[in-house]
Design a protein around this ligand. Sequence first.
Ligand code: SF4
Ligand code: SF4
Ligand code: SF4
Length: 305
Amino acid sequence: MKIAIEELAGCSGCTISVLDLHEMLLEVIAEADIVYSPVIMDVKEPPEGIDIAFVTGAVRNEENEERLNLIRKRAKKLVAFGTCACYGGVSGLSMLGKQEDLFNCVYRGVETADEGNVIPTDVPPFLYRAFAVGDLVKVDYYVTGCPPKEKFLRTIIPALVRGDPIELSKKSVCSECDRKMGDVQNWHLKRRYEGTPDREHCLLGQGYLCLGPVTFGRCGASCPRNNVPCHGCNGPSLDILREPCRDIHNMMVRRIADLTDTPEKEVEKQLYDVAHTMYPFTIGSLIMEDKEISKIRDLVRGGKA
Ligand code: SF4
Ligand code: SF4
Ligand code: SF4
């Protein structure tokens, strides 16, 4: 069994999450060779005859696209590994600005940039938009998470390597959360820095924008368990993926309206920075953008890089 891990537009965190398997990696490499992974070995090009390729990161520039096409040709099975690969991830937010402005910010604008930094001209050009891996090539398995959580990987990686079938939860983050609904009188949307949420009751009920109802689970609701609202890093829940009339934004608005007995229009007025709060992990996904009711088209209109 030959395994490869490819890096596209991402942060390498997904590959590091594989290393987080620690001693279980020994069991994996007893049955499979990791033949290609630019993050963990000095190797430039994937070999022929790969059995499983884990592809991390989104497709944002021409080099990403070229590497994706090559590894798809050379691998029998391809796993979109991590939320960037599955739904475009945070790279998709680059569609909110122009390439020129982004490069200016990254190479010259940020505090850590050296004075006089020159913007390179020999980097691969952006594609006209960000893509999820499945927007461009056939994907055999999707593994979401930013990055996928160690506990989950401990179940799926050995099964993938051995070819064993496994049953996985298809539930949302809310289904994995043990918080109770509290009092929702005088509900208003709070920013994360406002107050400290109580540890017992639903964060959404307390006014914090918790995306648990619209987010795919398998992380054990790790953020709400640590008193932090879910920001949707596992990508959309299955009902949103399956139903054309359901989208992250409209389902969150509906959920809050039902919960608080507030008209949906009033709820919408309270939502701020919709791109970064509702779609930070999915804005680069054609599946999500193509929905009739998606807000993504409006958000990126005019900002195409
Ligand atoms: S999914 Fe998250 S951890 Fe993985 S490459 Fe993208 S940003 Fe990094
Ligand atoms: S909205 Fe958040 S805090 Fe409330 S039940 Fe769902 S995951 Fe838990
Ligand atoms: S609770 Fe939400 S943000 Fe936190 S790990 Fe799970 S899916 Fe990601």
